[in-house]
Design a protein around this ligand. Sequence first.
Ligand code: PMP
Length: 430
Amino acid sequence: MQANQPTTNAALMARRNAAVTRGVGQAHEIFVQRALDAELWDVEGRRYIDFAGGIAVLNTGHLHPAVIAAVKAQLDLYTHTCFQVIAYEPYVELAEKLNALAPGGFAKKTLLLTTGAEAVENAVKVARAYTRRPGIIAFTGGYHGRTNMTLGMTGKVAPYKLGFGPFPGEVFHAEYPNALHGVSVEKALHSVELILKNDIEAERVAAFIIEPVQGEGGFYIAPPEFVSGLKALADRHGILLIADEVQTGAGRTGTWFASEQWPVAPDLIATAKSMAGGFPLSGLVGRADVMDAPGPGGLGGTYAGSPIGCAAALAVLQVFEDEKLLDRSRALGDHLLKGLRAMAATEKSIADVRGLGAMVAIELCENGDPARPDADLTKRVVAEAAKRGLILLSCGTYGNVLRILVPLTAPDALLDEGLKILADSFAALR
Ligand code: PMP
């Protein structure tokens, strides 16, 4: 290719397909040139509204000036020492802040890591070290990451688990409550009790792990009664409760952690994604006695709690305070729900509109019948919207859910522009 020839998405796709493993999926055949807040521009100069937010990573938007300034300042001081070799204050300060934010009237401690899967893996390590038990009970439709242990806990086969087994033993799946698809709170709790009867005795179970709102699984929300029931079971048997807040955390649901809205506090919370506004950082926050169960040297990682990530995360927390982004998360969620409900009144395929804070989705079914999920229409809406300049993501066990993870910093006018493109996309496909 000549140096001065403009790059196209198609040309880059061809190079990508030749050079990058096909195992890495790609929702849109688009290559970004630059991005700002809730908009991005591709290499051909086309503008898009970003309702995907890098899969829940950009609650403070692309290139938030305060986050970028904090990272630039950190770059001039030091970028890496490895916290286990030479420590640094931003790690400690962030741990203090996360401990203060996490729900529960007990002392807390924090471990910082790099990816969401790593945070979840470490939740299992810590829970096993504390309880000295092996068993983990996760939920159908749940998503916990792509490492071997987190895949074992993930409750969706295609595409994540295909061809990658065997997975670690002593992991079981109970039913996630899902009223739309016939799983009541009672039924879901009963499915946990059945595992304790059929598969593993309660005395050998270390933890229940649950997403407060399933992310990849379809934005289903665990009702508070379910969480209370699960916690009661956990307490009866000395089992820990782990909240996987990798997708729900960092203000997406209207509170910093979604589990702040639970009637009971989890023992451990895994967090990642938006906590560092686009920089790789994750964490595990929890009961101090539980977090201190592993011995010195048992936890960590070369890049774990990178100074760049910590500086970004501290700036993100400040932005949340300065711009009142938790209030904005709730208002933005209400705004989207209102718009989507209006759309559902005329668009028959929208079987459900749901959300917690700004974690909002619609579920598409033939004639609005939940028994007939419409993955094909979902794919076509995503493609049509992209053509019209809106980046959307699908999710769900049946691939029929459109989720919105737009930056909380997006102005209402941009949300409305995005909703209009979505409505136009439905109309164009009718
Ligand atoms: N848990 C949940 C709930 C997630 O949504 C994700 C990412 N989609 C993960 C874990 C894994 O995070 P990561 O991709 O950063 O490893």
